[in-house]
Design a protein around this ligand. Sequence first.
Ligand code: ZN
Length: 272
Amino acid sequence: MTKLLALLVAVLLVAPVGAAHAGRSADAGGSGGSVVEVRGAPATSLETTEKPLDGKVIVIDPGHQLGNHNFPEKINRLVPAGGFRKECNTTGTATNGGYPEATFTWRVSKLLQARLEHLGAKVRLTRVANREDRWGPCVDARGRAGNKVHADAKISIHGDGSYTAGAHGFHVIAPTDRRPWTHDIYRTSKRLALDTRAALKGRGLTVANYIAGGNGLDFRSDLATLNLSDVPTVMVELGNMRNAGDAHRMTRPAGRATYAAALAAAVRRFVG
Ligand code: ZN
């Protein structure tokens, strides 16, 4: 009885294998080649869409360093800013509850880095820690950060600190055409700014109601971070940290994830 069962099992196991082999042979003998190609094509294109930023280099500049306020002599010293000199850096702002801009920009930057690396990009950050015992880098180093690595884009992440009543929303700052400093990048930077604004709006974020023009875009010639770049660059003020509604979003993981997702979409749109 046991032997008979074993034999039955053996037959049942062998039969489907044989059938499968027969099936494959039939494919190979007929349109097998094309079947293999058709099966291969979607897999290849799927791999490509999984790493759309493969080979791209993105520089993320998380605004300020947490410890800047502990090093006033260092951050007040003047550095080249693109035909003039400017303070190395500032302390940055904070929410009314004391959540620092440096921590906000650091956390959004790390989330953005993870997203971009997942999409295949090489990511460089202008600072590698968020600490009270560190300062800088200065704005000239931040401005040049994408140049040597030939970055495809450089994004500086900030939070604003306007005390104007009711001031809220994000805005994107791009360089003006300022020869010889930004003449090579102002057009592509404007395109990056438009992509960034579209991506942020696409995530339901509203443009700043306190910046001239009211369209979420600002063009400036006084920022070393933009002036010294030889690669397309923008600075984003993701919200007004002094506004209760913006602060609510900026101090929560879900809010920061929204900003990071939008910025990743902007990069993808721009370099893709
Ligand atoms: Zn800032």
